[in-house]
Design a protein around this ligand. Sequence first.
Ligand code: GAL
Length: 465
Amino acid sequence: MRMRNKYRKSTTLRCNAGSRCSLPVLVWTLVGFLLMLHLYTLISQNSIPNKDIRNGISQNPLLRELEEVEEENLQMPPPRKRSPRAAKRKPKKATTLIDEFLDESSQIRHIFFPSIKMAVDPMKDAGNDSLYYYPGRIWLDTEGNPIQAHGGGILYDERSGTYYWYGEYKDGPTYHAHKKGAARVDVIGVGCYSSKDLWTWKNEGIVLAAEEENETHDLHKSNVLERPKVIYNDNTKKYVMWMHIDDTNYTKASIGVAISDSPTGPFDYLYSKRPHGFDSRDMTIFKDDDGVAYLIYSSEDNSELHVGPLDRDYLNVTPVVRRILVGQHREAPALFKHDGTYYMITSGCTGWAPNEALAHAAESIMGPWETMGNPCIGGNKIFRQTTFFAQSTFVLPLPGFKGSFIFMADRWNPADLRDSRYVWLPMTVGGAADQPFDYSFGFPLWSRVSIYWHKRWRLPGRGSG
Ligand code: GAL
């Protein structure tokens, strides 16, 4: 006999006057609603012109070439002969391609660091090679010298219709300040190059120079100046530079700010500080469409990133700050925006050695930010696991091609930092992301970010093909 338990909760809920609905009905209604939402997301994404959502390949023939997957066949060189005595003293560890990359005497060194004979020289490379980027090759300026703009970023100056590329000028000897310290070059300053076509770069000189004498100065050559970025302030009509300022041992962990009336400097150095009272190492700044600019920096010993708006003049942070990607240990942030969504590429924390990039997305720049996975496509597995043997530094929207960008990265050469190379590759936003998100119940709210490997490529619409 079925006993009625007056204390047992009824599973039927009273929905509204007179009608009763059971829990399963509610659950199924909810499932139905979620499926409809999912369908709607897919349909609305499919209706974006020029985008094939299934694979993210653009319908625009000019972009199609850049989104072709280019494989790379990279073989480990045969093991080097060792004397039996050496083998006994130190048994050989299995070498990886990253070891080969970091080994100055590797037989495949030329693949990662092609010789000067292969340099891209916009003043000579006419005809067939005109306007082509060759990631990893030495890139010469209009005077025939290798471009020195490492860890850099690009400002498009609307007033002059000119691109300015700022970066670490590292044309000095590499050494270790002490045995366990990272390889370094004394601070020389921030290099600046100008261009109209993003390929031919004129050296505009060192726009923020190191301090030679005063040892207590932030810019004293024995310190660290990394990842300079410049934005223009429409209110003050000033060009504002933010950078990572540190001491030789990376314990100062501060930001530095400099200002100029002209994009080509000279910049006046204002001060350094720990933003919001936190340690700050790799960093970038981002100017949003509404003119508000933000500082994004690795903090808490690089275990998380912080983001916060700058003040109206871009000369300081405000008290507002959010912790993002907490516990994810990311650095080298490169931020961009597409269709109202914020995206960011970051690297892992392995010093000058390359590691896997990750793409992140957020509806608000202040977060929450979600991690979408590795954006690298093509090359081969090890290329993708090492960001093509490079580290993110900046993302530049591709002029005239919405949803397309240039991904800028540094292929560091820790044995000779001045000879670090630039890896510029086409990047697109489109197609479904390949990792579920923490805050969107597994729905592909955001699109995939894809960085395509190419041995050589040029901007769409440049040249005959
Ligand atoms: C990297 C960082 C570089 C530089 C380097 C020093 O992790 O991204 O900007 O600081 O470490 O080892």
